[in-house]
Structure formats: C-alpha cells, structure tokens
Design a protein around this ligand. Structure first.
Ligand code: C5P
Length: 221
C-alpha cells in the first residue's frame, strides 16, 4: 500500500479517538491526536495564568512550549519537554479552555506548523477538527465522523472516571457549548471537507465504523 495520510474530523465524543486508534493499529500507522496539542496549550495557559484573549501572552507561551508525542507501553503520551502531561490535560476545565484558546489564530498558526511537521512522513491517522479542511487538505482519505449530541454525551457518561461528578445533562451541555464554539469560530471552524466521507456513528457500533473506513481506504489505494 502506498503511504497515506488519513484524517478524521468531527465533534467531541463522536468516537474519533477509538476509531482512529483502531484504524492506525489495523494499518500499522501512527496515530496523532491533535486535540491533545490544543489541550497542552490550554494547560500551559492555565498554569502560567495567561487569559485566552491575551494573544501576546499566548504567542510567548507557544514559543516556550516543547510539545511532543512519545509512544511507550501506555500508548501515545503527550510531553512538554520532559514532563508527561497526558493525565493533566483530560479534565473538564482543560476541555473548555482548549476550546477557547483554539479560537485564537496565534495558537492555530503555532499548532499548524507543528502538525505539518508531524505529517511529513505520512502513514498516519490524524484526528481533530480541521485536519481535512486546513492542516492536510491534500490528505488521500478524509473522514468526518458525527453522532447525535445525546449519543455522544451518553458515551462520555458511560466512560466517566470514578471521580467524575457531572450528570449526563451537564456533560451534554459541555458538548453543546464546545460544538457551538468549534463550529462558529472564524478560523478553521469545525466542518467537513468537501471531499470528506461522512459517517454517523449514532446508530452503528464503533467496530462497524472502523470496518466501513477500512473498506473505503482499500478503494483509494
Ligand atoms: O479533540 P478534543 O476534544 O480533545 O479537542 C479539544 C479542543 O481542541 C476542541 O474542543 C477544539 O476546540 C480544539 N481542537 C481544534 N482543532 C483540532 C483539534 C482540537 O480546534 N484539530
């Protein structure tokens, strides 16, 4: 099979992470979670006290960041320099802050360059919001994975950690807010690329989504 770049975009909770990892495993490809990079910027902004509206502060912050993925026995981990920040970026506070900083062009520009470098070798599945539209418009295969808000919230609720205190309705509300932010921002809003294959996982299993993607990928090759 020739080296391919595969992109999977879609809203929060549509199953992109599970699907992207499964697809990458089946194909022997790298898996790159670009949402983690936005979360990494959000974590740094929180720790350094930089407000999401402070573009100069965000620019300085980004210049000092050393974000990189390290694949080890725990999977793909996000490091800032020597510090493993994978656990710290998975809170509800960081989700909302990531959504806020991701609307700032200065942050998008910084991560655009980083993502392009990560994609140079191809043989990768990139998951995010603007992979097929902005970062890799030349990707050989593009998917847009969606599901109803109710189904996405239910999945997040079923997978909640032991210390999660939010109700199903509160999780649904966070998803609605992030969807709204991501779809209506002026820079790289969440939307399918014109040549993306649209899939809806509301009524089908993740396994069926992966099988359907694999058959579409075989057609491209
Ligand atoms: O995918 P995840 O939910 O971890 O992403 C966190 C936030 O990062 C999203 O709500 C979105 O605002 C932002 N993001 C983005 N572009 C991407 C990936 C994520 O704007 N390619």
């Amino acid at each position: 099979m020739k080296p391919l770049l595969i992109t999977i975009d879609g809203p929060a909770g549509a199953g992109k992470t599970t699907v992207s990892k499964a697809l990458a495993r089946c194909l022997g490809y790298r898996y790159v979670d670009t949402g983690a990079l936005y979360r990494g910027v959000a974590l740094a902004a929180k720790e350094k006290g930089v407000a999401p509206e402070d573009d100069d502060g965000l620019e300085r912050l980004c210049t000092g960041l050393r974000l990189r993925f390290v694949v080890n026995e725990d999977g793909s981990r996000l490091f800032d320099g020597d510090r493993d920040i994978s656990g710290l970026i998975r809170t509800s506070e960081i989700s909302m802050l990531a959504s806020a900083v991701s609307a700032r062009p200065v942050v998008r520009k910084f991560l655009f360059d980083l993502q392009r470098r990560l994609g140079e070798e191809k043989n990768a599945v990139f998951e995010g919001r603007d992979m097929g539209t902005v970062v890799f418009p030349e990707a050989e295969v593009k998917f847009f994975l969606d599901a109803s808000v109710e189904e996405r919230a239910r999945r997040r609720y079923d997978e909640r950690s032991a210390d999660e205190t939010r109700t199903l309705e509160q999780i649904a509300e966070e998803i609605r807010t992030r969807d709204h932010n991501d779809r209506t921002r002026s820079h790289a809003p969440l939307k399918p690329a014109n040549d993306a294959i649209l899939l809806d996982s509301t009524a089908i299993s993740i396994d069926q989504v992966v099988q359907s993607m694999l058959s579409r990928i075989k057609q491209v090759d």
